[in-house]
Design a protein around this ligand. Structure first.
Ligand code: ZN
Length: 616
């Protein structure tokens, strides 16, 4: 996990970063004793279960179980790799990083990012400075894309031909394997060798939130198929996790407290060109909960655009996508006004454009003022979904009304906030000719059925239901009490524990027994381990008299050690018996001795058996 950085260096950075300051940039923290509290930025919730402890430099959410230190927070918040988070925080803390401290994996990622940056330069040069770029330059003009915008978005041109990029990269000592890895070239199907993926296309670099190129979208300028050719998924680029132009739009999204989501690259460029610099593109027909999660940290309102003809159908589709609980602890749900389940959530709205228009064509034909008016008139996404459900069923027939009733109830059921009965629900009931309470009761019934499986562990406060309580108690004692560490670390070993994350924490503690447990964060390999450690660190359990407890654990550990020895000797005896080994009587005597010692120890172990660790 240290990623090539020394523990001392990481500790220095960690100690200089004020975690309340850092986290406070993204969430609204309130003091609660020694900790600071907020609504969790990583899962939807109504009451704060996200804790920051500035003294220990760790955060933990009791709702979804995530936790860690400043590095872990930034990795999650900005989707950074560990070394990237280290670099960002080192800069913030004013700590100089030795350039060579870098693991293979980080070096690899850096190389891939450098390859993409070089490619972007090559394509930009081809667009602006080469005769081959003439057609692309004329195309931009025809589409009304200002040169200044094209440069701001770093547009490029991939020349016609099979190996222009290959030849350029050869001169830069970038290998063909690296180019394949980032999806810029493909192996030839017949024979050996490679060829450029992008040929004769206008290229839109897709950048991550830090502004680094991770993929390209290539648009045909004539009638070639496909119209759009995009980078495949690569180690740098995962579809559905990135928003086009978020790096450029981020400050304005914060400032205006809203984001506009459009579908295509050109829509996005045109929005920026007309002053709507809070626009991003979803890079696909659907937007994903992961993309909304990115926006949720920056603003309260997201507006998407539908063509009037398709609005109902699209709204239904989107609502269904977004109402489904998604994985990774992001159990998104929209409430009846189209906002997320928690009060500080995201309002999701739809702005209608005239039939046949997208933001690009509408901005060019009607201008910024008309576009702004459409945005002002935006309605909740869910309202459209309910409208569509009502419109699609034949309200004149009993059967149609029953189906519409069920569909609307289902939409409403995925909403957890029952605080205010909205116009939406009332209007739907009115149009269905039913009593609003009837609709409401049905929605609540469905909601009860839907919500149970989605939140199995939310109320329990434990990070995971599978963590054995006895092991948790032992680890809590170790993490929170220095005397316990001094006494128990030398005698405990990983086999004493069954839970893999606890084993990893114990192993890390044993490698640096003298360090305080906060430091272990950078020694732990994975998210789950760091989350558990953070949970134990924020717990603030008081151990008024740890002495007897430590003694008890020592005894238990001793018993387990003997039990293991007995098992080994028993195995030896069985083998000796089978082989007619003359050592048999000696082994049997040894076994009796061990059994007697174990019995004595058991009699000494008086504490209730509930506290005992697993017998191994
Ligand atoms: Zn959480």
């Amino acid at each position: 996990m240290a990623g090539g950085f020394s523990p001392q260096l990481l500790e220095e950075i960690r100690s200089r970063v004020d975690l309340v300051d850092l986290v406070g940039q993204f969430v609204n923290l309130k003091r609660a004793g020694e900790n600071w509290k907020a609504l969790c930025p990583f899962h939807a919730e109504k009451t704060p279960s996200f804790m920051v402890n500035p003294k220990k430099g760790i955060f933990h959410c009791f709702g979804c179980g995530v936790g860690g230190d400043a590095f872990g927070f930034l990795m999650r918040q900005d989707r950074l790799a560990f070394p990237e988070a280290v670099r960002a925080l080192a800069e913030r803390a004013g700590v100089a990083l030795p350039a060579e401290r870098r693991s293979d994996a980080d070096g690899q990622r850096e190389t891939l990012l450098k390859t993409m940056a070089l490619a972007a330069e090559f394509y930009q040069d081809a667009l602006w400075n080469r005769p081959e770029g003439e057609g692309a330059r004329r195309y931009l003009e025809k589409r009304g894309i200002a040169g200044e915008m094209a440069r701001r978005f770093a547009l490029g041109y991939a020349p016609e031909g099979w190996d222009h990029l290959l030849a350029f990269m050869k001169g830069r000592a970038i290998s063909e394997e690296q180019l394949v890895q980032v999806g810029l070239v493909l192996p030839r199907q017949a024979g050996s060798g490679f060829y450029d993926r992008f040929r004769g296309r206008l290229l839109f670099p897709i950048r991550d939130i830090q502004g680094r190129v991770v993929a390209f979208g290539g648009r045909a300028m004539g009638t070639e198929e496909p119209k759009y050719l995009n980078s495949p998924e690569t180690p740098l680029y995962v579809k559905g996790q990135t928003l086009y132009a978020l790096d450029l739009a981020k400050p304005q999204i914060r400032e205006k407290n809203r984001a506009l989501i459009v579908e295509g690259y050109v829509d996005c460029l045109m929005a920026h060109q007309h002053g709507f610099t809070e626009a991003v593109a979803a890079l696909g027909t659907a937007f994903t909960p992961a993309q909304l999660a990115l926006l949720r940290r920056l603003c309260d309102e997201v507006i998407t655009f539908f063509d009037a003809d398709a609005a109902g159908q699209k709204a239904t589709q989107r609502a269904e996508e977004l109402l489904e609980p998604a994985g990774e602890g992001l159990a998104w749900a929209l409430n009846r006004t189209g906002s997320f389940r928690d009060a500080a959530g995201l309002r999701l709205k739809v702005a209608l454009l005239p039939a046949g228009h997208d933001p690009d064509t509408f901005l060019r034909s009607d201008g910024a003022q008309a576009f702004a008016e459409r945005i002002d008139a935006a309605r909740s996404l869910l309202a459209y979904a309910v409208d569509a459900a009502l419109a699609e069923e034949n309200a004149a027939s009993t059967r149609g009304r029953a189906t519409a009733f069920a569909r609307v109830a289902l939409i409403l059921s995925k909403v957890t906030s029952a605080a205010e009965a909205t116009e939406l629900a009332r209007a739907a009931a009115l149009r269905l000719g039913v009593d609003p309470t009837q609709l409401w009761i049905e929605a609540q019934r469905l909601q009860g059925a839907l919500l149970k499986p989605a939140h199995p562990s939310q109320a329990s406060g434990s990070p995971s239901p599978t963590v054995p309580a006895v092991e948790r108690d032992l680890l809590a004692l170790l993490v929170q009490n220095a005397d316990a560490r001094a006494a128990l670390l030398p005698v405990l070993d990983e086999e004493d524990l069954t839970h893999p994350a606890f084993r990893a924490i114990l192993a890390a503690m044993k490698t640096v027994p003298a360090e305080s447990p906060e430091v272990l964060m950078s020694h732990l390999p994975g998210e789950a381990e760091r989350g558990l450690l953070a949970a134990l660190l924020v717990e603030e359990r008081v151990w008024p008299e740890p002495g007897p407890l430590i003694a008890e654990y020592l005894k238990r550990s001793e018993i387990r050690r003997r039990t293991r020895e007995i098992r080994l000797v028993t195995q030896d005896i069985a083998q000796a018996q089978a082989a007619g080994d003359p050592a048999l009587p000696r082994l049997e005597a040894q076994l009796r001795d061990l059994q007697r010692q174990a019995q004595e120890l058991r009699e000494l172990a008086t504490t209730e058996s509930r506290r005992s660790m697993t017998d191994g």
